[in-house]
Design a binder for this molecule. Structure first.
Ligand code: ZN
Length: 261
């Protein structure tokens, strides 16, 4: 059985893995990109080879196991090097149905990637992990966000290795400045790392990430730091950092632990 494929546009194809994780194929004239490799039990590379007509580069949005779990099929992968520790310490590295690329084949991601007909900008958005990045496709008016701002029901900062809320706020500020310089506005489409989560939001029936959610997220960080927003104990995966709490502001939702505000 094959991955579920959805053609978003002529240039962008989504592959959904069996956990509703998203792998994006971004097609250029001379070069294409595979953004994340999911953690499906079925091979990914044959799908990429058949759907992409050009050479391609594989890029990780960040180092978490559910985004890198088929990477061993590829010869090289690009990632922000700040996530090497996250990649190395993935607790699921030994899951037998997954395959991981060796660390010496993980190369530092460039700031700008030339696809021939257009460039893709790489914008840091550190917080969920120390090396989470976004890809910006100006021609397609698309931003690929991995888990950096969540996929519609909140960003996870309660996980092992996530940055403090205060540092996330600073990084979001810089990230938002870069996005605005690149022309990103509320008409652009944002594509997260997990599918169907827009319907799991607590703030609205369908909470699709966009530039406004990012602005609200920056404000939410400040409200959490100043304790000017309600903290609710959260029924969400707990890691070794402490009990998770939830807070929201506008479109933004966040899970965090008290010792890392
Ligand atoms: Zn993640």
């Amino acid at each position: 059985m094959s991955y579920t494929t959805k053609k978003i546009s002529e240039k962008i194809t989504l592959l959904a893995d069996e956990t509703d994780g998203a792998v994006y194929l971004i097609k250029g004239r001379d070069m294409s990109l595979v953004f994340d490799t999911g953690w499906d039990s079925r091979p990914l590379k044959p799908m990429a080879d058949s759907l992409l007509k050009t050479p391609y580069k594989v890029i990780f949005s960040h180092g978490h196991v559910d985004h890198v779990g088929r990477s061993g099929e590829f010869d090289a992968v690009y990632m922000d090097k700040n996530d090497m520790g996250i990649y190395r310490s993935n607790p699921a590295r030994k899951m037998p149905h997954l395959t991981f690329i060796s660390e010496d084949k993980i190369l530092p991601v460039e700031n700008v990637i030339d696809l021939g007909d257009r460039v893709i900008d790489v914008v840091p958005c550190y917080g969920h992990t120390p090396g989470s990045i976004l890809l910006v496709d100006r021609r397609e008016k698309a931003v690929f966000t991995g888990d950096a701002i969540g996929s519609g029901c909140g960003v996870w900062l309660q996980c092992t290795g996530a940055l403090k809320v205060s540092r996330y706020r600073e990084n979001l500020k810089n990230c938002l400045e870069q996005l605005k310089e690149l022309g990103v506005d509320e008409s652009w489409n944002f594509y997260g790392g997990h599918l169907g989560q827009e319907k799991m939001s607590k703030v609205s029936d369908y909470n699709r990430p966009d530039i406004n959610l990012m602005s609200d997220m920056q404000q939410l960080c400040g409200l959490v730091m100043d304790k000017k927003v309600e903290f609710t104990p959260a029924d969400v995966m707990e890691f070794d950092e402490g009990k998770p709490y939830y807070a929201s502001h506008g479109k933004a939702e966040m899970f965090f632990v008290l010792k890392k505000i």
